[in-house]
Design a protein around this ligand. Structure first.
Ligand code: DAT
Ligand code: MG
Length: 148
C-alpha cells in the first residue's frame, strides 16, 4: 500500500492543531502507521529539506522548523501521497481553498502548519529519514468498509 510522510510543524503543535490534522486523515480513511512527537535536529531538517538549501528562505525555514517539537507521521492508503497534498492545501496558505488544512488554519507560507511528501519516491525517502526503525504493520478490521 502507498505511504506518505506527514508532519505537523512547530506552529501546528504549538497552536494545538495536531488532533485536527490527524482527524482529517482519519476521517478520509487513511491508516496511521507511525507517529512521533520530537524536536528535530537541524541536521535532520537539512537532510529533509536538502532540495531547498539554495533558496533565500532556507535560513528562515530552518529557524521555524527547529523552533519547537513537530509531530512526524506516516499514513498509508490508496493514492495517499497525492490525496494527502490535497488535504493539506497549497504551499502558500492564501492560495489554499477553505476545506483544506492550510486554507482553514493559516496565512503565511513560512507558517503553513504541515508538511506532506510530494511524490511516492520522496515519501519513501522521508519515511526512512524520520522513522529509521520502521513503522507498524497492521491490517485493520474495517479495511473492507474503506476499499471495494
Ligand atoms: P510544500 O511544503 O508545499 O511541499 P515546498 O517543498 O516547496 O512546499 O517548500 C517547503 C517549505 O518551505 C514550505 O512548506 C514553506 C517553505 N517555503 C516554500 N516556499 C517558500 C517561500 N517562497 N517563502 C518562504 N517559505 C517558503
Ligand atoms: Mg515539499
Amino acid at each position: 500500500m502507498e505511504r506518505t510522510y506527514i508532519m505537523v510543524k512547530p506552529d501546528g503543535v504549538e497552536r494545538g492543531l495536531v488532533g485536527e490534522i490527524v482527524k482529517r486523515f482519519e476521517n478520509k480513511g487513511f491508516q496511521l502507521i507511525a507517529l512521533e512527537l520530537k524536536t528535530p535536529t537541524r541536521e535532520l531538517l537539512e537532510k529533509h529539506y536538502a532540495d531547498l538549501s539554495s533558496k533565500p528562505f532556507f535560513g528562515g525555514l530552518m529557524n521555524y522548523m527547529t523552533s519547537g517539537p513537530v509531530v512526524a507521521m506516516v499514513w498509508s492508503g490508496k493514492g495517499v501521497v497525492k490525496s494527502g497534498r490535497v488535504l493539506l492545501g497549497e504551499t502558500n496558505p492564501l492560495a489554499s481553498l477553505p476545506g483544506t488544512i492550510r486554507g482553514d488554519f493559516c496565512i503565511d507560507v513560512g507558517r503553513n502548519l504541515c508538511h506532506g511528501s510530494d511524490s511516492v519516491e520522496n515519501a519513501e525517502k522521508e519515511i526512512a529519514l524520520w522513522f529509521p526503525h520502521g513503522v507498524i504493520s497492521h491490517t485493520r478490521v474495517m479495511e473492507k468498509l474503506i476499499y471495494e
